[in-house]
Design a protein around this ligand. Sequence first.
Ligand SMILES: NC(=O)c1ccc[n+]([C@@H]2O[C@H](COP(=O)([O-])OP(=O)(O)OC[C@H]3O[C@@H](n4cnc5c(N)ncnc54)[C@H](O)[C@@H]3O)[C@@H](O)[C@H]2O)c1
Length: 404
Amino acid sequence: MSVRSNGHGRRNGHRPPGQADAPVRVGVIGCGYWGPQLIRNFYELPAARLTGVAETRPERLEHVRHRYRGTQVFSDHRALLATDVDAIVIATPIQTHYALARDAILAGKHVLVEKPLTANVAEATELISMAQAAGVTLMTGHTFLYNPAVQALRNLVDTGELGRVYYVDAARLSLGLFQSQVNVLWDLAPHDISILSYVLDETPVAVSARGSACVQPTVHDVAYLEVLYQGGISAHVHVSWLDPAKVRRITVVGDRKMAVYNDVALVEKIRVYDKGVKPPATDTFGEFQMSYRNGEITIPFIPWQEPLKLECEHFLDCVRTGRRPLTDGRQGLEVVAVLEAADRSLKDGGSRVPVEIPQMPAAPVRTAVTADSEALSMVEPDHLLVDALVTLVEPGPQAIEAAP
Ligand SMILES: NC(=O)c1ccc[n+]([C@@H]2O[C@H](COP(=O)([O-])OP(=O)(O)OC[C@H]3O[C@@H](n4cnc5c(N)ncnc54)[C@H](O)[C@@H]3O)[C@@H](O)[C@H]2O)c1
């Protein structure tokens, strides 16, 4: 599929010299439940200028018109794409992601697509290829990877503090928000799947899923997912729209220590338990007694910043510099591949289904032009965390290949 110029004399996504320091012109498509959070962030960030919002519901456009004066509103996304906007953020229902992102890429715009990237693997691979051909940034909105608590959890695994990871358990439960077009896996599990692959730094190879459709006859509202990783670790994910308690918890059990990440806690989101168990040296009957260790509980200090703000800043930084996003198209594709396999397993009574992730070449990291390098040196302190994240996954071409 050919990609036409965006009309600004650039097809490779660089901001032309002279414009490198100028705010990125951002347009948002979709202003339902989540869109307003993105609109607020891009409106407030100095590195962006929110120039337009497209939404099919007139009352939501009215809301934008009153709240964000000076922002153009459109009832058709194609009118937004016809403006001089540099980057498009898509916060619409999942089934619409592919067509809207395709239109944006074809118009030469950088794109941030809310999670999950698309409704199936074929659509995701096509978007990745198109974005590469157009030389524009394609990023997936896996917000939790910008959450400082998830960074801290990854650090605990990465530094070996927990020891060898035995298994992971995740729960994301509450009453609602019920959806009619997608099941609870597609709605909630993208968060856990993206977090787990990132924290474990492993690629999922197989999944099995079981669940129930309690309230709507054909839409699963409760699901239990088992994800097997290349390194042999298994993760269990329980997602539900039908639970009396709001739970957002991930437990990582290692052979040295155990960590619990409780996202519902306002402070002290992670607790590290110096607990463990050692089998006896002999298993002779009568001498068989496990030795349990019950040590200290430590609570790491996690400086808090709004994850969505960090995600938006990271997107702007990638647009300005050509860096590969931490949550790029391939990372979005991996999550979609797990969901697609999980859906097959759900229909097949919980059978183990391989996760098939098409091999996509890594998008070449667009080297910054001189003016962009100047822009880089101007980044504000808030950028430091995200810059550090990017450094983690982009120390060199080898690491880029290996990144999840
Ligand atoms: N990252 C996160 O933490 C997070 C949280 C919630 C939702 N999401 C994601 O955000 C996306 C939107 O979810 P939501 O809960 O806001 O959905 P929603 O249904 O509340 O809002 C979607 C909005 O998009 C509008 N829309 C639909 N098609 C459109 C089109 N072609 N052009 C313009 N507007 C259109 C609808 O009128 C609606 O107002 C989903 O992909 C969801 O998974 C992400």
